[in-house]
Design a protein. Structure first.
Ligand code: GLA
Length: 736
C-alpha cells in the first residue's frame, strides 16, 4: 500500500519506489508537512523532521505548555493570521468579517485509483493499481466547513497530484478569497527556480533564477494561462542540469489566471503555493455548496531536468490527453494562414488543397476569414456561418470538395470572441465582458464573450453544432486572440462578479466537453495568438496546441526547447513556413525548417504554388520521411542535448521505448571559420546495442556506447561551407 497512516505518530506517508511525501497531524490538529523528496524507507514516525520554535516576536498556536508556533512551521495547507506571516494557501471571509479559521483533522480515506474532479480537467488512470489516493478531511467547527485535501500517487511514476475541495456544511454564506491547489513547504532554500516565460512570438523561454528571502512568482491575471508565464515552475537544486541532480516540478492543470509563488522566509524555508490567481478571484460558498480547485501535478526527479520532463511527457501524453486521437498518428496538415491570410477564394483554396494532396499532406486546414463578413480583423467574429461571397457552396460544399481530393478538412474558429461589427454583437450587445457605462477596451478590434453565462455558451454550441453536423470537418483550430479586460458579467449579481473569471474558464471547458461528447473523433488544436494558452488544462480537450505564431525555424528552437520542459512533442503544433519568414524576415534552409517542425504535430503553412519544382520534390520527401518517423517522434522518449539558451547550437533526440531506434537532430546556428571539432554525443540509447546510421551518405555501424560517450564526429568547417548558417543534421539510428 503506497499510502500509509501511522496512527501512533499520526503521520501519513505517501510513497512509491521513487518518492516520499510525509504529512503529520500536529498537536493542534492542523496538518504539518514533514518531507517531500526521494523515497524514504517507511517507519512509524518521522517526527524528528518537525522543526519549529517560538523565536523572538513569534506567537504561539496553543495555550501553554504547548510551544507550537506557526511562524516557521512547515504546513500542508496553511492560512495567514494565526502567527504564520507568510502567504497562506487560502482565505475565507466570514459574515462577521473575520478571515481566521482553524481546520482540524477529522478523518481520512485511502483508496485505489484516482477520482475525476469535474467540472475541471485532470490526469486520470486506466488500470487497476495504477495509482492510490488519499482524501484527508479537515473541519472548522465555527464555520461548519470542511476542506478535503486529495493526494494521488502513481505506482510507476514519480508523480503526486493534489487538489482541494471546500464544502460548506453550515448555513453561513462564506466568501473564498483565495484557494490555492497546494502548498509545499521545503525546509531549506538551496534551490534555483525555473520558469517558462516570454511574450507573444517568444513563448515559454526557459528562465532560471536564484531565489532569495521574499517573494518570487510567475502569474497570469489575463484570463488565460498566457504567453507571458506558463503555469509551471521547477525548483532545482543548485548544480542540477539536464541529466544530473534533483528537481521538483509543479504544473497546474488550469487554463485561466494563475499564481505560482515561491516564498523564502527569514529562516530559509521555502514555500511554494500554486493555484488560481487570488487577485482575479472570489467565490461565494453558500450553504451546502462546494468549491473544487484545479489539480497540481508534482513531479520529482533525482536524475536532472530531462527525467522530470520525460515524466511529464509520458503522463500528459497518456493520462491527460484523452480520446480518439490520444494514441493515433496525427495527420500532416497544410494550413492556409501564412499562404493567403484572409484573402482567398474557393478556387484558390481548392488549388492549394490539390497541391497539398500531391505532396502527401493528409489534412487541409482553412484558417481565419471564411465566415460572416470577415474580410479583415475588424469584423465577423461571432458569426459562425460561411461567407458565401468567398465560398459559394459554404463550408459544407468546400469540405466535401476537399474530401473528394482525398484529404481531411479542418477549420479555424475563435468561439470565445465577437467583433462589434457582427450579427451576433448586434443581437446581443450585453453578451460581452465589460463594465456598465464604461469604456470597453478592444483588442484586435474584438471583445470577449461572457462564457460565465451558460446561455452564451449554449448559443455558440448550437452555431458550431450546425456547422459540424452539416459539413465534413475532422479538425478544429480553436483560437483565442485576446486577453480579458473589464471582467464584469451582466449575468451575475454584484456579489458574484469575482467568480466571473473562473466561471469563464469553466464555460470554455464545458463547450469543449459538449463538442467532444457529440463529435468524439474531432481533432482539436488549441491556439491563442500562437501559444498564449498552452497549458495542461487545454490538453485534456485538445491533444495539440499551436506552439507560437512565430514560425521562424531558429526562433522556434527556443520555443520548442522551452515547451519540452513540460509538454510532449506530440502536443506542439509546428509548421514549415515560407522564407523570408513572415515574423522575422530570416532565410533558413527548407531542410532545417522541416527538421524543427518534425518535432511537433507537423504541418506546412505556406503557399505551395510558390515552391520551385526542386522545393516541391524536397517537401514531398520530407513528408514521406516524417510519416515513417512520426510514431517514434511522438511516442518515444525525448532528451534535450544542447540548449539554445546556453550556446549557439541546439540538439535533441527521441529514442523508442525498446531503444531499437532513435532520431537525433543537431541544429547549427551561425557558422564560424576555422573552428574546432565537434562530437555530437547522443543520449538514451542502449550502450550495448549495435546501431547503424547514415553519416556523410555512408551507412556506419556504431555501438550505443560509442554514440553516447564518444559521439558522432561532425566537421563543422565542412558543414558550414556546404550548408551555410542555420543548417541542421538529422540522424535516424536503428539497431543493426
Ligand atoms: C492567431 C493564430 C494564427 C492565425 C490567426 C488568424 O494569431 O495564432 O495562427 O490563426 O490568429 O487570425
Amino acid at each position: 500500500m503506497p499510502i500509509v497512516f501511522h496512527s501512533g505518530s499520526r503521520e501519513f506517508h505517501i510513497f512509491n519506489k521513487d518518492v516520499s511525501y510525509i504529512i503529520e497531524i500536529m498537536e493542534n490538529n492542523e496538518l504539518g508537512h514533514l518531507y517531500y523528496g526521494k523515497r524514504l524507507k517507511d517507519r512509524e514516525s518521522f517526527s524528528y523532521l518537525h522543526q519549529e520554535e517560538a523565536r523572538p516576536l513569534a506567537a504561539l498556536a496553543g495555550n501553554t505548555p504547548s510551544k507550537l508556533c506557526l511562524q516557521y512551521a512547515r504546513q500542508e495547507y496553511p492560512s495567514y493570521g494565526k502567527g504564520d506571516y507568510r502567504y497562506g494557501a487560502y482565505i475565507i471571509e466570514q459574515p462577521n468579517g473575520s478571515k481566521i479559521t482553524k481546520f482540524e483533522y477529522i478523518s481520512h480515506k485511502i483508496y485505489n485509483g484516482k477520482k475525476e474532479i469535474k467540472p475541471l480537467p485532470s490526469t486520470y488512470v486506466e488500470q487497476e493499481g495504477e495509482a492510490t489516493s488519499i482524501e484527508i478531511v479537515l473541519f472548522d467547527k465555527i464555520i461548519n466547513t470542511e476542506f478535503i485535501l486529495t493526494y494521488t500517487v502513481f505506482e510507476n511514476r514519480p508523480v503526486i497530484t493534489r487538489n482541494v475541495k471546500f464544502v460548506n456544511k453550515g448555513n453561513l454564506s462564506l466568501i473564498i478569497q483565495s484557494a490555492m491547489s497546494a502548498c509545499i513547504d521545503f525546509p531549506d532554500r538551496e534551490f534555483e527556480m525555473i520558469h517558462l516565460s516570454g511574450a507573444w512570438a517568444r513563448e515559454r523561454h526557459v528562465k532560471t533564477r536564484k531565489i532569495e528571502q521574499g517573494i518570487q512568482s510567475v502569474y497570469s491575471m489575463r484570463g488565460a494561462s498566457s504567453a507571458e508565464h506558463n503555469p509551471f515552475i521547477a525548483m532545482k537544486r543548485v548544480g542540477t542540469i539536464e541529466d544530473f541532480g534533483e528537481v521538483f516540478g509543479f504544473s497546474l492543470v488550469y487554463s485561466g489566471s494563475f499564481l505560482g509563488q515561491v516564498e523564502v522566509c527569514s529562516h530559509d524555508t521555502t514555500r511554494i503555493i500554486m493555484g488560481i490567481h487570488p487577485n482575479t478571484f472570489t467565490w461565494i460558498l453558500g450553504e451546502g455548496q462546494d468549491f473544487q480547485t484545479p489539480e497540481l501535478v508534482m513531479v520529482y526527479s533525482d536524475c536532472g531536468l530531462n527525467k522530470m520532463s520525460q515524466t511529464y511527457h509520458e503522463l500528459y501524453r497518456t493520462r491527460l490527453v484523452r480520446g480518439y486521437w490520444r494514441d493515433r498518428e496525427r495527420p500532416v496538415l497544410l494550413n492556409n494562414w501564412e499562404a493567403t491570410y484572409m484573402d482567398f477564394t474557393e478556387d484558390g483554396i481548392i488549388q492549394l488543397a490539390k497541391k497539398a494532396k500531391d505532396i502527401g499532406v493528409e489534412l487541409f486546414v482553412l484558417d481565419d476569414g471564411w465566415f460572416g463578413t470577415r474580410d479583415d480583423d475588424t469584423q465577423g467574429l461571432g458569426d459562425w456561418y460561411a461567407n458565401l461571397n468567398k465560398l459559394p457552396d459554404g463550408i459544407s460544399g468546400l469540405s466535401r470538395k476537399v474530401e473528394a481530393l482525398g484529404l481531411k478538412f479542418g477549420l479555424w474558429i475563435e468561439p470565445e470572441m465577437v467583433n462589434k461589427n457582427s450579427e451576433l454583437y448586434r443581437a446581443h450587445p450585453d453578451w460581452i465582458l465589460s463594465t456598465p457605462d464604461r469604456f470597453e477596451s478592444p483588442s484586435r478590434y474584438q471583445h470577449v464573450l461572457d462564457y460565465s453565462r451558460p446561455e452564451v455558451v449554449d448559443a455558440i454550441f448550437h452555431m458550431l453544432d450546425q456547422l459540424l453536423s452539416t459539413s465534413k470537418i475532422s479538425y478544429i483550430k480553436w483560437d483565442m486572440n485576446r486577453y480579458i479586460t473589464e471582467c464584469y458579467s451582466r449575468g451575475a449579481s454584484s456579489l458574484e462578479q469575482g467568480m466571473v473569471m473562473h466561471k469563464y474558464i469553466l464555460g470554455v471547458y464545458s463547450l469543449y466537453a459538449r463538442l467532444l461528447d457529440k463529435y468524439p473523433e474531432l481533432l482539436f488544436e488549441s491556439c491563442s495568438s500562437g501559444g498564449a494558452r498552452f497549458d495542461p488544462g487545454m490538453l485534456y480537450y485538445s491533444p495539440q496546441v499551436w506552439c507560437s505564431d512565430n514560425t521562424d525555424a531558429v526562433e522556434r528552437l527556443k520555443i520548442q526547447y522551452g515547451t519540452s520542459m513540460v509538454y510532449p512533442v506530440s502536443t506542439m503544433g509546428a509548421h514549415v513556413s515560407a522564407i523570408p519568414n513572415h515574423q522575422v524576415n530570416r532565410i533558413t534552409p527548407l531542410k532545417t525548417r522541416g527538421n524543427v517542425a518534425y518535432f511537433g504535430a507537423f504541418g506546412y503553412e505556406l503557399d505551395l504554388n510558390l515552391l520551385s519544382d526542386e522545393e516541391q520534390k524536397e517537401v514531398t520527401e520530407q513528408i514521406v520521411q516524417y510519416k515513417q518517423y512520426r510514431k517514434l517522434i511522438h511516442q518515444g522518449t525525448f532528451y534535450r542535448i544542447e540548449s539554445p539558451f546556453e550556446q549557439e547550437d541546439t540538439a535533441w533526440i527521441v529514442v523508442s521505448e525498446d531503444k531499437k531506434e532513435a532520431i537525433a537532430v543537431y541544429f547549427f546556428n551561425l557558422h564560424h571559420a576555422n573552428v574546432g571539432w565537434l562530437c555530437f554525443k547522443l543520449k538514451g540509447l542502449d550502450s550495448d546495442k549495435q546501431y547503424v546510421l547514415s553519416l556523410n551518405d555512408k551507412e556506419v555501424s556504431m555501438s550505443g556506447s560509442e554514440l553516447m560517450y564518444a559521439g558522432i564526429p561532425l566537421d563543422r568547417n565542412k558543414e558550414g561551407k556546404k550548408y551555410g548558417d542555420f543548417s541542421s543534421l538529422l540522424f535516424y539510428i536503428r539497431e543493426e
